[in-house]
Design a protein around this ligand. Sequence first.
Ligand code: GLN
Length: 537
Amino acid sequence: MKYVFVTGGVLSGLGKGITASSVGRLLKSRGLKVTAIKIDPYLNIDAGTMNPFEHGEVFVLEDGGEVDLDLGNYERFLDVNLTSNHNITTGKVYRAVIEKERMGEYLGKTVQIIPHITNEIKNEIRGVAEATGADVCIVELGGTVGDIESMPFLEAVRQMNTELGRGENCLFMHTTLVPVLGTVGEQKTKPTQHSVKELRSIGIQPDIIVARAKQALEYSIKRKISLFCDVPLEAVISAPDAKSIYEVPLILDEQGLTDFMIKRLGIEGGSEDLRDWKKLLERILHPSRTVNIACVGKYTHLADSYISHLEAFHHSGAEKDTKVDLCFVDSEIIQEHGVTEELEEADGILIPGGFGNRGILGKMLAAKYARENRVPFLGICLGFQISTIEIARDVIGLETAHSTEFDPETCDPVVDLLPEQREIKKKGATMRLGGQPVVVTEGSKAYDLYGKTLIMERHRHRYEVNPKYIERLEDAGWKFTGKSPDGLRMEIAELQGHPYFVASQFHPEFKSRPGKPSPLHLGLVNAAIERKFGASS
Ligand code: GLN
């Protein structure tokens, strides 16, 4: 097993996750089996309890792991399914060590960060990587070098390098920022020098520096970084702003990064195969038409909160030679001011998942607008529940229908907790999570899109459509065309007589991949194209 450790310097938000994913994709394009691990140095056990406002989307894995959104990037770029063990957090590491201490496993020793925490980190990384049978494991360290929280992880990977034959099996890639100063636009290397110095003071010498900058690095700047940071010139790589994240692997590859890594790690790589990737990028960069989709939610000022939807639309658009412009509309604004121009101009509307009361009525107004005006609509998770409530209120006439999440005393709990969920007080990892089977009704729109009756999709919810209301909802035209195999949980609904008004309790966006778009997102894009350009498109 070979390891590529990706660290970050200068500041966060440099796209380290995309760099790590791209590097993985490049190694994969040479016929290598690649896996990836994300280290998050926070004390939370997992991302499940974290607010998307702060951290972006919580990504959900097949095994129900609620993880950092970078795992979504790895899954999409590498086309693999990862498990929750691939996201190592300080919380998980300390919990494991403290449990062992309570079991007496340390034989009376004083338990310390070095060696006990660092040993645990090393064992977890190696255990997870080796279990996959991959040739190379990319390990991305969250945060920036110099953060107190990152220290035990950096120390652990430093030790790993020594134990695995000093440089033979481990490669260190450091991502930094090269800012531009002044009117002449001089690229400045000092922040990079300082962060490499910081890394070296911990005992890690980077093998590769990936420098984010507005433009490609000038040759003289590459030389300067090479000299000051003691990295070969060919291992100083520019990562200029890209038009699409799917362009990044190609930008890195063109500079010889893949060849350098393969040589440096002493592995046999096959000949490069990036043909499908290049085709995808071509379709993303040069689409022949555009449709507008409005995403009505509450985390709208942080695009990362809906990153998997954004990607699912990229994948769907690429299939149809169409650019999907996703515009984020704050549901509170609709709640206050009614349907806005942005919504009226949209060729399709998405209501994504969410929690909490804020902006709920705005989302209902958006669903009603789509229903009445025959605008293509997709509701996901909370969006599924909202559209069900809206139909119960407006079509059936149950004026106070609600979810008990928002109105525990409602007379018509159209969306409610199952009895088993009522008992649960703990918040972490207690929702209905991960891949669950769904039976799709033949002849439905969902069946047309999935092409089969048994599908597996990922979930993350507590509340469900209340079985007591199913008959009335179906009589009102809201047909449940996807259910759990026991028939008790409602999973997909479709409004009869509408061009495309579909909602699901699960999150198809988490399984969307380049070349294999989420069927329900593709359905929305198809319907939006039809609405804008006519039926023959
Ligand atoms: N808040 C809703 C529930 O818990 C929906 C969750 C979601 O959209 N992910 O069921």
